[in-house]
Design a protein around this ligand. Structure first.
Ligand SMILES: Cc1cc2nc3c(=O)[nH]c(=O)nc-3n(C[C@H](O)[C@H](O)[C@H](O)COP(=O)(O)OP(=O)(O)OC[C@H]3O[C@@H](n4cnc5c(N)ncnc54)[C@H](O)[C@@H]3O)c2cc1C
Length: 472
């Protein structure tokens, strides 16, 4: 086999799909019996719940993939105007979606609004070597913005701790704006100007599928066919040079039997800790750095209620909870308000998140305790009476990679070490952002890098075929 892709999550699936389209001979190996990784949906008593991610921002790569898989008809788009809320002193406040609204929002005290308004006039340079998201926000905008908006936002994306997350790695655009313009507001304005005319209708929209997120990996599996081998665990990757070309051996276990596969290139599309184990023998420095990437645990509590049990209108996306509120729930998404078909007639479906980097203790809590706590907290915030009519708890001990301080340097070391190993590539949610859209972007870029490695992509592009050709 020419290219072996390890890991059948969205990164591995999208990369394999792209490689196949480019004409590569490719094989995808997935250790479990199903593809999709953390993406999966389930039905319970007429409710449609998501086990992991709840929805996605449909960026250009995802839309391309969805169209090519003929899934456009299945796509459901959330209302662009659906407001998001933040809980402050027990009350839900709308999150301001545009800069002018930030300045008038009662969510922020006057002092915080003044600092936002005048930030453009206070030019600064990012400190070296790396700064946390919390330190950056305090320095530029003050602690209120950190506590009420940035902290909850960070837990919504990374399940992260702003005191440990690296601004440069987790929000590179903000870092670049300060570095290039001395101010993030100036940077934001410049970038708006450059990307104009920015039609709000063409901005990525929050989406899901009629039958849940599982639709995407299932369609990729169907499209790839027998290129996908589930129930196949990769144990190690070995690499050497033969006749001036890299020769890669992939050690696999399948049905309890060991096997060796020869490849000319391999894409490791597993979580970082799994990639570390696979590469330990051939790239020890990269493996050490991969193993050092921390993961936050996340528990997803899905609940269904009869509509009349919930006093709140659930008119929006859901709410995030600042840590200072003293709740265990990080946030709750009102899925049935965003997408049709999530709950039976007269019912609503919610999904709440517990754990993350700021509450590692949640991992030691029993299932009933987490379910009980989330139900009570949602009840207090949303005015819910009675127990959920249905619930489901999904626990991820290592859910999301943390782009913590030093992450940029860590990735640099990994890249340098792997540069010595021609034919070995990485694709993963620890590289360029954890969202599904980021994963598809990375997967496509990695496929292009593999094609380039075979030395034919440029020729193919020029000849207009866009296909792999046998290297001389
Ligand atoms: C709880 C949760 C909520 C999230 N919410 C959102 C959201 O709302 N929106 C959004 O855009 N993103 C969200 N994300 C992020 C996004 O879903 C993930 O970053 C993305 O799906 C990860 O895809 P992946 O392919 O990198 O990894 P994974 O999905 O982890 O897939 C990796 C695959 O590799 C396989 N594997 C590992 N080791 C081996 C081996 N040795 N041999 C063979 N196979 C192996 C695994 O079995 C797995 O199938 C969320 C993530 C989680 C966990």
């Amino acid at each position: 086999m020419r290219v072996v892709v390890v890991g059948g999550g969205i990164c591995g699936l999208a990369c394999t799909w792209r490689l196949q389209r480019l004409g590569a001979e490719v094989l995808l190996l997935e250790q479990t019996e199903r593809v999709g990784g953390v993406i999966d949906s389930l039905e319970a008593d007429g409710f449609l719940f998501e086990r992991g991610p709840q929805s996605f921002l449909a960026n250009a790569s995802l839309l391309e993939l969805i169209a090519a898989l003929r899934l456009s008809e299945e796509l459901l788009e959330a209302n662009r105007r659906a407001p998001r809320f933040v809980l402050v002193r027990g009350r839900l406040y709308r999150v301001p979606m545009a800069p002018p609204a930030l300045l008038t929002s009662p969510l922020l005290p006057l002092r915080a609004r003044w600092r936002l308004l005048t930030e453009w006039a206070r030019k600064s340079v990012p400190p070296e070597p790396d700064e946390s998201v919390a330190a950056f926000t305090r320095r530029k905008f003050g602690s209120e913005l950190l506590e009420r908006l940035v902290g909850p936002f960070v837990s919504g994306i990374y399940a992260g701790d702003p005191e440990r997350l690296s601004l440069r790695a987790a929000f590179p655009m903000l870092y670049d704006w300060e570095r290039n313009y001395g101010s993030v507001i100036r940077g934001a304005m410049q970038s708006r100007r450059k990307t104009k005319p920015s039609n709000p209708k063409t901005r990525p929209v929050l989406a899901n599928f009629r039958n849940g997120l599982r639709t995407l990996p299932a369609a990729l599996h169907r499209a790839l066919g027998d290129v996908v081998h589930t129930g196949t665990t990769v144990q190690a990757i070995e690499a050497r040079q033969a006749n001036g070309r890299p020769s890669i051996t992939v050690r696999v276990v399948r049905n309890g039997l060991n096997d060796l596969l020869a490849a000319e290139a391999v894409v490791v599309a597993t979580p970082a800790y799994a990639a570390a184990a696979l590469l330990a023998g051939v790239a020890p420095r990269a493996a050490e750095q991969l193993a050092g990437i921390a993961y936050a645990a996340v528990n997803v509590v899905s609940t269904g209620y009869r509509r009349e049990q919930v006093a709140h209108p659930l008119n929006g996306f859901g709410f995030l909870v600042p840590r200072s509120e003293g709740l265990r729930t990080l946030g709750t998404v009102w899925n049935s308000s965003l997408f049709a078909g999530r709950a039976p007639q007269g019912c609503v479906a919610l999904a709440s998140f517990v754990g993350g980097a700021t509450d590692p203790e949640a991992q030691h809590a029993r299932d009933e305790e987490l379910l009980g706590t989330v139900s009570q907290e949602n009840a207090a915030v949303l005015g819910i009476s009675g127990a959920p009519v249905v619930h489901h708890l999904e626990r991820y001990a290592r859910a999301l990679p943390q782009y913590n301080l030093g992450h940029t340097q860590r990735l640099q070391t990994i890249r340098e070490d792997l540069a010595r190993l021609p034919g070995v590539f990485l694709a993963g949610n620890y590289l360029e952002g954890p969202s599904i859209g980021n994963c598809v972007d990375v997967a496509f870029r990695t496929a292009a890098a593999v094609a380039e490695f075979f030395g034919t992509e440029t020729t193919a592009r020029r000849s207009g075929t866009g296909e792999f050709q046998k290297s001389p």
